[in-house]
Structures are given as C-alpha cells and as structure tokens.
Write a protein that binds this ligand. Structure first.
Ligand code: FMN
Length: 148
C-alpha cells in the first residue's frame, strides 16, 4: 500500500513525530510511506500551485493518509491548521474523499484529546474513512521496558 504521511512538525526531519513514522516504516516494510513535510513548507504550499498539484497527485494515487503531527498549544501546529484551510481554498477536498485515514500524534499528553477530536472532525468533513488514532508520548520510543 502507498500511504501518504502528512508530517505536522515544523522542525523538518529532526522531529520526534517523524521517528515514530520511521518506526512504523521499519515494522511494516512492505508498505510505502511517503512523507510530506507540511508544516515546514507551508509557505511553499501557500504560494506554489505546482507543488500543491504534486501533493494532490500523491494523495490521489495513495491508498491511505496518515495525519502525523505533534500536539502544540493544545491542538496541532498552526502551519498544519493552515494546510487544512488551504485544502478547501485550493479546491482540493475531493481528492481526500473516500480515502482510508488514521491519526498519529506525539505529545506530553496534555490536551492531546483536543487535537485528536479536531483531526477526527476534519477527516469527517473531508468524507474520509477514519480507522483510528494513536497518541504516543514523546519519549515512548526511548522506553526499553514494556509498561504493565
Ligand atoms: C511550542 C510547543 C507547544 C507544545 N504544546 C503541547 C501541548 O499543548 N500538549 C502536549 O501534550 N504537548 C505539547 N508539546 C510537546 C510536544 O507535543 C512534544 O514534544 C512532541 O513530541 C514534539 O514533536 P515534534 O518534535 O515532532 O515537533 C508542545 C511542544 C512545543 C515545542
């Protein structure tokens, strides 16, 4: 399966959320995860329609979308919210319709539920097939022992 990962961290490749995506890729090597750095390149997404078209094309040819983002200020980063606005502004909502989707966040579990509720509502608005969400702690991948 080709899965598009919409990375919400503005920190580029050196961010916690992306390490969880890489972990997922490691345990599911038969699936192709294509990562798009949404928050880091939000200005390019706002201003470069050819770049937006390439994102839309990737989404069109994918079988699923993973919203992977940190929780910032009780929600998702502002640039990620801006991207969600741009989906409608650039008439790109149809490409999301009917796609399987899931949400992955990293946080310190402070109001992570508001971010999850928000993204769930966005998936519903976009008429996506929402299959679930996971809220990872930012240090989970450093834990060597299983919690009981
Ligand atoms: C500006 C800022 C705001 C944050 N706000 C929250 C928050 O409201 N709730 C929470 O649980 N964690 C919050 N965090 C912690 C981050 O969600 C957590 O460190 C996350 O793993 C960072 O992911 P990243 O490295 O992919 O950006 C915040 C971190 C930053 C830098």
């Amino acid at each position: 399966m080709k899965i598009i990962v919409l990375n919400g961290s503005p920190k580029g490749v050196k961010n916690v959320t992306l390490q969880y995506v890489r972990y997922l890729q490691g345990i599911h090597p038969r699936h192709e995860l294509k990562i798009i750095h949404i928050s880091q390149y939000i200005r390019k997404i706002e201003n470069d329609d050819r770049y937006v078209q390439s994102i839309v094309a990737d989404i069109r040819t994918s079988q699923g979308i993973l919203w992977a983002t940190p929780v910032y200020d009780l929600l998702v980063p502002a640039n990620y919210k801006r991207f969600i606005e741009l989906i409608a502004e650039k008439d790109s909502t149809p490409v999301f319709s009917g796609k399987y989707t899931a949400v992955l966040t990293t946080s310190i579990h402070f109001f992570d539920h508001t971010a999850h509720n928000y993204l769930r509502a966005i998936c519903d608005d976009l008429n996506m097939k929402y299959i679930g969400s996971y809220s990872a702690d930012r240090y989970d991948l450093l834990n060597t022992k299983e919690k009981v």
